[in-house]
Design a protein around this ligand. Sequence first.
Ligand code: MCA
Ligand code: AMP
Length: 505
Amino acid sequence: MRKLQHKTTEQFMLKLVANATKYAQQRAIIVGEQSFTYQQLLDASENLAQVLLAGQTDLSEKRVAFIVSPGFDYVAVQWAIWRAGGIAVPLCISYPLPSLQYVLEDTQAEIVVADAQYEAFIRPLVAQLQLSFVSLQSKPQATATVALPTLEKNRRAMILYTSGTTNLPKGVVTTHHNLEAQISTLVEAWQWRSTDHILCVLPLHHVHGIINVISCALWSGATCEFLPQFTAEGVLNLFNQGKINVFMAVPTIYFKLIAALESLSDTEQQQHKAVLQAFRLMVSGSAALPVSVMEKWQHLSGHRLLERYGMTEIGMAISNPYTGERKAGYIGQALPGVEVRLVDEHNQVVPTGEAGEIQIKGANVFLEYWNKPEATQKSFTSDGWFKTGDVAVVEEGYYRILGRDSIDIIKSGGYKISALEIEEILRTHPVVADCSVVGVPNEEWGELVAAALIVKEDSFDTQTLHAWLRERMPAYKTPRKYLVVNELPRNAMGKVTKNDLKKLF
Ligand code: MCA
Ligand code: AMP
């Protein structure tokens, strides 16, 4: 296990609460017609913290999983878990039950919180696993009041699941200190302010939505508006109201917004452009931003997107400048407080201009993979650098991503997907004799998940297989392309040559 480095008692949560108190009467959250102040957020999270504590003085890193729609309740529950000393485990609202079960079992969650929308769906699983359940629908009120615990900075705060080069997703543990570092570097670099108003359309089981959007906004006294289900038209309508001035999204979302704008008349496009030009900041990340998307967006919105680079394990590490040149095709420079280096296969720093793996050090870097000491150890060098597996080069002072070490990691719509995880599930289908999964390039999605299959029956149909997979994994992980083959391309060692397979698609 990694050494805990920060043993001070200064609390991230105390600061978050102090910031919220400073802006008590300002609007923190908007969802549709409803709006909530920071004071309401403080009160609701305090009440829920007491409900979770139920008279105990500290949750002592108990894992509390929650399945709550994006909005006020989501943040109130997240803050409540943190304030009560628990570890927040946000569940993906589009996961089928088997994927949720994996997360609940892997984290050894003890309490599950659900809102009205997900209560009926999750209850049978909670009962099966014999976990405590808190229903937000029943508007729980604390019966006992205890002093909320004092939390050391190195207290574990959150577990997020990330797919990688293993067949099962790993839980990435971040501490209160990590969260503070991940938030404050962005607040500084992107000049967050209390007058900002951001729109959140991203899922809330990943860093992009949780840290970059919600947490940075609420740390700064800004307003965060939620659109729980992304549609390009929905986003453009909200933009047109003229209040939102900050937006962050994955390239696929900009691609979809561009398509929606391009379908409008010239006059309508000009109207939208007038609104978009008033934005303070628009950011793209989670996957490579194609230069064509950046250019089209600049043409339609008058904005040059700020591209940045991050990872679940590190938050954000590299960013184009807020003031200064935002270079198309580049991810920028190290963020404040983040150390970045490029190394060869022996962990030796490469000469400037040569490609190397990105390695990261800093308070932003996660603590460990939950219950996976070996995986944790393997992901760090002996001198404490986190190995990202992404390969980059520095040109004229800007980092440019060249690719990834592993062909088994796919990025689609900004989601990181493990080819091995999908293969493992496919192989359990009675008709699949063998399979191999790759990511094939796609302008809109970055990559599309594609599966080559050797099947045991001629009457096999991919629609039935697809439906079967949808019961076992979320839609964003399911293959978009299937190809039935007689054999898979293999090298002399018998290993599937995935680059050759990609060509077949
Ligand atoms: C959905 N579809 C997809 C994908 N997702 N097809 C291919 N690849 C995908 N990933 C399909 C659906 O199955 C459906 O097809 C159709 O597209 C519309 O589905 P829907 O779910 O409605 O899609 P959407 O709502 O339009 O979603 C697109 C989206 C979403 C908004 C771009 O994928 C999204 O929210 N992506 C963001 C993920 C994210 O936050 N990643 C950050 C990870 P059919 O109708 O045929 O079923 S954190 C990270 O990466 C690090 C820290 C970082 O740097 O940020
Ligand atoms: P995740 O595990 O979902 O946090 O995804 C992290 C991965 O997303 C990184 O390791 C990169 O491969 C990729 N990524 C994030 N931002 C960018 C970017 N701006 N350009 C290219 N890849 C990116």
